[in-house]
Design a binder for this molecule. Structure first.
Ligand SMILES: Cc1ncc(C[n+]2csc(CCOP(=O)(O)OP(=O)(O)O)c2C)c(N)n1
Ligand SMILES: [Mg+2]
Length: 609
């Protein structure tokens, strides 16, 4: 008989977490974000307290945003480490469902441990229990099933012997990576069991690097050799595979231009001659023109989401499409020739197979024309009294940035504008959550990035709308002394959606605060609000004042917030590509009828799946 140790299920779970290591010897789970309630305070809470020297427990203010912090942390580290988040049952648990979906879309590891109802059903219905009239096994946590890669409900302690290794396998498997949910029945957390000691032996999780299949490799190499104007679309998988240097070398050796998705941006430095910039709906003319002419598109670690492909109207008619991706699902998308492999392994094998093949390379004028068109938009205005634009704000932040700056955002005007305009000097300098584009990721996410890379200068760009949706982790960052900069662009509403509404023929309605039903005009003092949570905060009125405020940001010991009012109407008119947003087929508005006509014409250029 192997030796056993008597622990509660919660104590066993925590002990197991501390024994799961990365290849560099760090615990894979860096810590646990926790908001306690009756569903986790007695069981898991006791276990986390007892192990507080081995694994930190942090207290946030909202279950969803605690997950955002955890997700930004792992995204910034290229998935090499992760965090866990625990909640009570009911609302605490369902608060995490949005974040689980965010993790699922972005293929990010996250260990969710919501409390669950009593397995023994003694007190049924326990406070916050959903009662399904026809299914006794349903609980609120079933909401996690479609948005996690692994779901389990722990109704007996010994189920952890299989559930925990499965959870870690999922979080560390490059192809299947995503959120896992161990819904932990609250009575079971407190039950004792005699665990084999071997279960808690330290285990190193190797991040598998899958090589390509010989047949797929030779097919892909033949297709590339036959191409004159190939283009590489660099996606987020390039970063997750830590393959940016290999991609740069591959592009250079074969003289193939690279365009970048939102998740892929910063794979190559912005000033590498082969980096033609951002691709797609929020892309540069340089990148999009190269794609329109490309006879072959090689996707590297991309999901080919609609912003990347211009809703599949961007690429030349029927280009050869190769998808180098670690997940078969993505490698086979949209009729692509699959090259299923880890990005780094795949590029290495491909370069060996291609030998001295070189493409014709990009037309250098594409890039210089692009910057000539957009650089003036980011310059400081000279002396006029107009409201600053978001583009001018980006210019000021860019001028204040350096090699170690990470600019981050998730939703609103800024993602599109930053994708077009931000000049990222090195991998990881641009952190955009655009898989779910989740308003409310920003402030909690900025904290996660700073926790992941304390040596970096983190700048969070956030609109007033996203700030209002979720800002309370600012107080956590102030309390924990996590310094980062927040630039709030206050255009008094949902500027980007207002423009989209106008672009689809709609009346300005219910987006800017002035176009809403109200009796008092909204007038939020964001600087005072942030200051009340312990941030250092300042309101500025001009780009010059913004630059002066940014220059002192390094002195702050916690969040440093700069608020600036901006004009909700201008966006960068250059570059970009059509995006499929369905316009009503019939309407009493002439503008809608006009927009519908343009929409029908544009749809004709979509490549069928
Ligand atoms: C959670 C969530 N709800 C709704 C949306 C849809 N949406 C995208 S951007 C946006 C408005 C963002 O407003 P703000 O942050 O002020 O940015 P602005 O465009 O005004 O600069 C909305 C409602 C979303 N992406 N996420
Ligand atoms: Mg706004």
């Amino acid at each position: 008989m192997s030796k056993t140790i008597r622990l509660t299920a919660a104590q066993a779970l925590v002990r197991y977490l501390t024994a799961q290591l990365t290849e560099s010897g760090d615990p894979f789970i860096a810590g646990v974000w926790a908001i306690f309630g009756h569903g986790n305070v007695a069981g898991l809470g006791e276990a986390l307290h007892a192990s507080r020297d081995a694994i930190p427990t942090w207290r946030g203010h909202n279950e969803q945003t605690m997950c955002h912090t955890a997700l930004a942390y792992t995204k910034q580290l290229g998935r090499s480490r992760a965090m866990a988040v625990t909640s009570s049952i009911g609302p605490g648990a369902t608060n995490m469902v949005t974040a689980a979906a965010l993790a699922h879309v972005n293929r990010l590891p996250l260990l969710l441990i919501p409390g669950d109802v009593f397995a023994n059903r003694g007190p049924d219905p326990v406070l916050q229990q959903i009662e399904d009239f026809s299914d006794g096994t349903t609980s609120a946590n079933d909401c996690f099933k479609p948005v996690t890669r692994y779901f389990d409900r722990i109704t007996r302690p010994e189920q952890l012997l299989t559930a925990l290794p499965r959870a870690f396998r999922t979080m560390t498997d490059p192809a299947e990576c995503g959120p896992v949910c161990l819904a932990f029945c609250q009575d079971v957390q407190a039950e004792a069991f005699d665990w084999p000691e071997s279960f808690f032996a330290p285990r190193t999780w190797h991040l598998r690097r899958q090589g390509p299949d010989a047949y797929e490799l030779s097919e892909a190499a033949d297709a590339i050799r036959a191409a004159k104007h190939p283009v590489i679309v660099a996606g987020g998988g390039t970063h997750y595979s830590h393959a940016c240097a290999e991609l740069q070398a591959f592009a250079a050796r074969h003289n193939i231009p690279v365009v970048e998705t939102q998740a892929g941006k910063s794979a190559l430095p912005w000033d590498d001659a082969l980096n033609l910039g951002p691709v797609g709906v929020t892309g540069a003319s340089s990148a999009n023109e190269a794609c329109a002419k490309a006879d072959l598109v090689l996707g590297v670690g991309t999901r080919f989401q609609d912003f990347t492909t211009g809703s599949w109207a961007l690429f030349a008619a029927n280009p050869t499409l190769i998808s180098l991706n670690v997940a078969a699902y993505d490698a086979m998308k949209h009729g692509a020739m699959p090259l299923m492999a880890d990005a780094r392994e795949g590029l290495e094998a491909l370069t060996n197979a291609l030998g001295d093949y070189t493409a014709e390379g990009p037309d250098a004028a594409l890039k210089s024309d692009w910057f000539a068109a957009v650089d003036p938009l980011t310059e400081a205005p000279d002396g006029d009294n107009a409201l600053p634009t978001d583009q001018q704000v980006i210019g000021a932040v860019q001028r204040a940035s350096h090699e170690d700056t990470v600019v981050m955002c998730a939703a609103g005007t800024m993602p599109g504008e930053l994708h077009k305009l931000w000049k990222a000097p090195r991998p990881g300098a641009y952190h955009m959550e655009y898989g779910f584009s989740c308003m409310g990721y920003e402030i909690a996410g900025a904290m996660g990035i700073k926790l992941a890379q304390p040596e970096r200068d983190v700048i969070c760009m956030v609109g007033d709308g996203s700030y209002m949706m979720a800002n309370s982790e600012m107080a956590t960052a102030a309390m924990m002394g996590v310094p980062f900069t927040v630039v709030i662009t206050d255009n008094r509403g949902y500027g980007c959606i207002n423009r989209l509404q106008m672009g689809t023929g709609g009346a300005e309605f219910n987006n800017l605060l002035e176009h809403t039903i109200h009796s008092q005009p909204s007038n939020i003092d964001f600087a005072a609000h942030a200051a009340s949570m312990g941030a250092e905060a300042v309101q500025v009125n001009t780009i010059e004042e913004l630059e002066a405020a940014l220059a002192t940001r390094h002195k702050a010991t916690g969040p440093y917030v700069v608020v600036i009012n901006t004009d909700p109407y201008p966006s960068t008119p250059h570059g970009g590509h059509w995006w499929d947003v369905a316009v009503p087929e019939t309407s009493t508005r002439d503008e809608v009828a006009q927009a519908r006509k343009a929409y029908e014409t544009a749809r004709k250029s979509q490549i069928a799946g």
